[in-house]
Design a protein around this ligand. Structure first.
Ligand SMILES: C[S@@+](CC[C@H](N)C(=O)[O-])C[C@H]1O[C@@H](n2cnc3c(N)ncnc32)[C@H](O)[C@@H]1O
Length: 227
């Protein structure tokens, strides 16, 4: 459900500091990376909204008195939020709220004044830190449920490489195989799975060894680094 212009204006006029919708970036996932401000917004909420996994990761800071609401289909969310605007709501989102998150969808449905966003570090920033490297010369993108022409963009001489959020279909194996078969060489492939969790796994391979990546991957970030 999309909220029309008049309703959006209404929400804008009616809101005050107590009924903003708080959106909190969780960072890479492990609760140790949550910011103290993020913890405050989660602890002070009447309703905390997130995926099943995110809410279960937050069990130690959400009390039984607080309502946990598992993120529904996106189209159902604005209606639910609207009905509950008299309560304190916090929506949690993975990584950085400014990098492939729910924020653009919420901005389409609610006035910006009503959204109070607390960012955190992204999964890819965490991965670069683990590698002891900087990311400012990399191009950031996502193939998670969307098209991105990585074959074209990897050729850009001005970048050190690409950072891709992946999904099950466009996974690290399929991407590196495709790059290799299209003539790409001199690339280091870095895959960070379940970053910051106990089962974190970081795999580093030369693109020539892409067959070593022919396996099932958990949630991951892929770095294609030119060498
Ligand atoms: C909807 S996007 C959200 C990205 C998030 N805003 C960020 O800054 O990392 C979901 C994708 O982020 C990546 N991701 C998020 N958390 C991750 C983690 N802890 N480990 C590995 N990849 C992660 C995966 O590629 C996943 O498919």
């Amino acid at each position: 459900m999309q909220i029309n212009k008049e309703e959006k204006m209404f929400l804008k006029c009616e809101c005050d500091a107590t009924n903003k919708i708080n959106i909190v970036g969780l960072g890479p996932g492990n609760i140790k990376y949550l910011s103290s401000l993020g913890i405050e917004y989660i602890k002070n909420a009447d309703i905390v909204i997130g995926s099943e996994r995110q809410l279960s990761d937050l069990t130690s800071i959400i009390s039984e008195k607080q309502e946990k609401f598992i993120l529904p289909k996106l189209s159902k969310l604005p209606e639910y939020l609207k009905e509950n605007l008299h309560k304190k709501i916090t929506i949690v989102a993975s990584g950085d709220t400014g990098y492939y998150s729910i924020v653009p969808y919420l901005s389409k449905n609610f006035s910006k004044e009503i959204l109070n966003i607390t960012p955190n570090i992204s999964s890819f920033q965490y991965l670069f830190s683990k590698l002891g490297e900087n990311w400012q010369n990399f191009q950031l993108a996502s193939v998670h449920g969307r098209d991105f022409d990585y074959l074209k963009h990897i050729k850009n001489p001005e970048i050190n490489g690409l950072v891709l959020l992946t999904d099950d279909i466009k996974n690290p194996y399929e991407i590196t195989k495709n790059l290799y078969n299209n003539g790409e060489r001199n690339i280091e492939v870095i895959v960070g799975e379940n970053l910051s969790y106990d089962n974190e796994r970081i795999t580093i391979e030369k693109i020539e060894n892409f067959e070593n990546l022919n396996r099932k991957f958990d949630m991951n970030v892929l770095i294609l680094k030119k060498i």
